[in-house]
Design a protein around this ligand. Sequence first.
Ligand code: ADE
Ligand code: ZN
Length: 345
Amino acid sequence: MPFTPDLNYLRRLPKAELHLHIEGTLEPDLIFALARRNQVALPYSSEEALRAAYAFADLQSFLDLYYAGTAVLQTQADFHDMTRAYLEHARADNIRHVEIFFDPQSHTARGVSIETVFAGIASALREVRPTISARMILCFLRHLPEADAISTLESALPLRAAYADLWVGVGLDSSEQGHPPENFERVFQRARAQGLACVAHAGEEGPASYITNALDRLKVCRIDHGVRCEEDPQLVERLVREQIPLTVCPLSNVRLGVFPELASHNLGRLLRAGAKITINSDDPAYFGGYLLENYAQTATALGLDSGEMSDIARNGFTSSFLSPEEKAHWLAEIDRVEGSATAAV
Ligand code: ADE
Ligand code: ZN
């Protein structure tokens, strides 16, 4: 008899997080601390006043605040401290592997060097090994011209050797509507030629055709969000047939109005149709919960049982850029947790 998982079970499951914008982990207290450290003036009088502004109508209204928040990040230590703070949450949630998105263009545009960004994030990721393994995915901002993305990639490639243990891929994020994937075909082709893996946000606010074009034109191996795929039944069939991972972010989708409430989210339906669904937190400081909270609230709202939640955790590892041996290790660990819970029922 399947049981609805409790928080303890979900915590004990080893988890991978594949859709996490590190700039979206900046909590108000850290924003204020870094603003004081760097003498940056903030347009909010207090942490509470900043938090009160977290009522988003859509993706763009969130992004305006999110980019404004990054102004406090100036030194390598700032990027380190932000990443380290996220990793403490990850540890508490029993996340054992994380693939971190970062947005160099939002920093280089303010005069922060891409070397500073890489060095700060990487130093924190290296400190938490082997408890948590990590990879970095450099995202291009799709509201900017492709030429900007190309020069960002060119400025990052000389750092490849220094971060060979971490930097594995490129992604595409920011304002989706009106910025289709095909606008970035050349930069993705260049990244692919360099052996970088490709992922892209698609079908969050944008139409199902953006998912298809991300697959066919950008040759991505994962779709970030992808929840609007249901508008094209043939696309859903393809996602199931090809087992293309969707990195779904349930609390984010509700906060940004993609779904009116968690109970109407389509991830349970997609999972039961055979899609390779993972659960992720996107920008947890802004959306009301880190990964465990996303797992717990989703299981409750959609009535997902422990087997389904374990499968979602498995999908996190099998969709990751870990080696086959590392994936096998974590699948065996999930089997062990599942087995001990079933024996206890
Ligand atoms: N950048 C940070 N969070 C994002 C999201 N949910 N969609 C697109 N770009 C983002
Ligand atoms: Zn995202």
